[in-house]
Design a protein. Sequence first.
Length: 381
Amino acid sequence: MPNAKDTMQALRWHAAKDLRIDTIPRPKNPGENEVQIAPEWCGICGSDLHEYLVGPVLAPAPGKPHPLTGEEPPLTFGHEFAGRITSVGSSVNDLQVGQKVFIDPVIADKSCYMCTQRSAPNACEQLGFMGLSGAGGGLSEAVNVPADRVYPLPDEIDTDVGALIEPISVAWHAVALSGFQPGQDALILGAGPIGLATLLSLKAHKRSAGGQGRILVSEVSNSRKAMAKSFGADNVLDPTQTDVIAESKKICDGVGPHVTFDCSGLQVTAQTAIRAVRSGGTAMNIAIWETEVRFNPNELLLAEKRYLGAICYTPKDIREVIEAMRDGRIEIDEARKMITKKVALKDGVKGGFEELSVVMNNIIYATSASSEPSSLISLIT
C-alpha cells in the first residue's frame, strides 16, 4: 500500500462531464532545472468549463496524446495558478524554497517558426498548456515546473491575486497587440473575466501616460454590468436595450472607438466588433470559438479596418502585468473584487464545475496548500 506522502489529491478530467477528485502519485523531486510548487490558488476558466461540458476542445483526446507532453486523459486540470516553492532542482540558483510565485502554463516546442523567429511561444505550432495538455496542473497538491516558467511575486501581490495574472496577461497581450494608445477610445464586448481583465489592462495603459480615452463595455447580464461599472467603465451599454454600434459611435466623436475587443465569441459580438470600430481601427478577437463565424469582408476592406486575433501571452506580457500590479497601475484590491466565493477542493466537481455550468460563472479558484484547508473560490461573471 503506497505511503500517504507518496500520493496526493488532484482534480482530473476523464471525459466530457466526467471530472473526478483522484488520488494520484505525488511528483518526485524536481529535475535539475525544475522547481516543485504547492499551488495555493488556481483558476478554472472558461476553457476548462468548455472541456468539462463538451471536451475535448483544447485537451488531447483519448488515444491521441499531446505531441509535447505525450499525455492523454485523465489529465489534471488547472492552468491559472500561483503558489509556493517547496523544492528546487540542483541547477536552479535564482529561486528559493518558500518563495511565492506565478506559473506560466504555456508549453511550446521551442523549435517552430513562431517560437524561433517571432519569439512567440504563445502561438507555437504545437501549443499546449500545463493543466490542459498534461504535465500536471494547478488543481493538485504539488506540481513540478520548469524554472524558466516561474515568476516570483513581489510583496504587494498575494497568491490569490497572483493567480489572476494569467487571465490579465491574456487581456494585456491583446491590448498591446491592438496598438491601443492612451487617449484612444475602446469598446469591450462582454464583461466576463477576460472582459474585466481587458478593462483593467486598458485602464493601466491609460494611466501609463495620463490618457483620457473612453472605455465602453457592452453586456447583457445585470451582475456583469454592475462589475463593469465598479471596475471603472466610462459607459456600460446593454445591447438588448441600446443599439451598441450607433451609441458607441455617438459617444466616440461620431466615428466609433479606435479599438474593439470581442471577449464573448458570438456571431453578434463578432459583427458588432467589426461594425462599431472606426474606419482604420482594429477589431480584436480574444474569445475561443466553438463554431464558425460569418461576416462580410467588405466591411473590413472598404474602411481599411483590421480584424486580429490574440492568443495567450508572452513572457514580456507576464512581467509587465506583475509590474503594473506592483506599481498600482492595476489596483490589486480592484482585481480582487472578482473573487466572490470559496468551496473545498474536495467539492470542486459539484461545488465548482457543476455549479458553474448552471449559473455560468466563468472562473473558480482552488487552493491546495498543505498549510491551510483546500478551497475553491469562484468569480461571478
